[in-house]
Design a protein around this ligand. Structure first.
Ligand code: SF4
Ligand code: SF4
Length: 130
C-alpha cells in the first residue's frame, strides 16, 4: 500500500512522522505559518549533535529557541515560496511530531482547521497512513 506518512518511534519513546511527496503537506505549510515552533537549543547545529541550522533560530528563553519568523506565530523562515520546508531533513522535533493523519487514516482535525484558516482545501480521500 502506498503511504503518505511514515511513523518513526524514537529511542526515547517519542513518535516522529515523515511525510512523502504525495502527502497533503506538499505545498501546504499551514502549520509552518501558524505555530511558534520552539524547541530545546541543543537541537541547533551550533551544539554537539545538533542538526537545525542555528542561523534560522532565535532565543526564547535561556534554554529554548524557536524558528525565526514564528516568534509570534508567523511564517517560518525555512518555509519556501512553494510552501515546502527548505530544511526538511534538519527540521526540529516539533515539526517531526505534528502528524497529518490520525491512526484511522483521517486527517488530524488541527490540520483541517489550519488548512481552512489559510484557504487550503481538504484533500480528497482515501487517506492513508503507515
Ligand atoms: S497543516 Fe497539516 S497538511 Fe498542512 S503542512 Fe501542516 S501537517 Fe501538513
Ligand atoms: S522548519 Fe520546516 S517543517 Fe518546521 S515550521 Fe519551519 S518550514 Fe515548517
Amino acid at each position: 500500500m502506498a503511504t503518505d506518512q511514515t511513523v518513526i518511534h524514537t529511542e526515547d519513546d517519542r513518535v516522529f512522522y515523515d511525510m512523502s511527496d504525495q502527502s497533503p503537506c506538499t505545498g501546504c505549510g499551514a502549520c509552518c505559518r501558524h505555530f511558534r515552533v520552539s524547541f530545546y537549543q541543543g537541537e541547533l547545529d551550533s551544539f554537539p549533535g545538533g542538526f537545525v541550522p542555528a542561523e534560522m533560530a532565535v532565543p526564547v528563553t535561556p534554554f529554548l529557541v524557536c524558528m525565526s519568523g514564528t516568534e509570534q506565530g508567523g511564517r517560518c523562515v525555512a518555509l519556501q515560496l512553494d510552501n515546502r520546508c527548505a530544511i526538511y531533513d534538519r527540521r526540529p522535533t516539533p515539526c517531526r511530531e505534528f502528524a497529518v493523519y490520525m491512526e484511522d487514516g483521517s486527517l488530524n482535525p488541527r490540520c483541517l482547521q489550519l488548512r481552512a484558516q489559510f484557504g487550503i482545501g481538504q484533500p480528497e480521500p482515501p487517506l492513508k497512513a503507515a
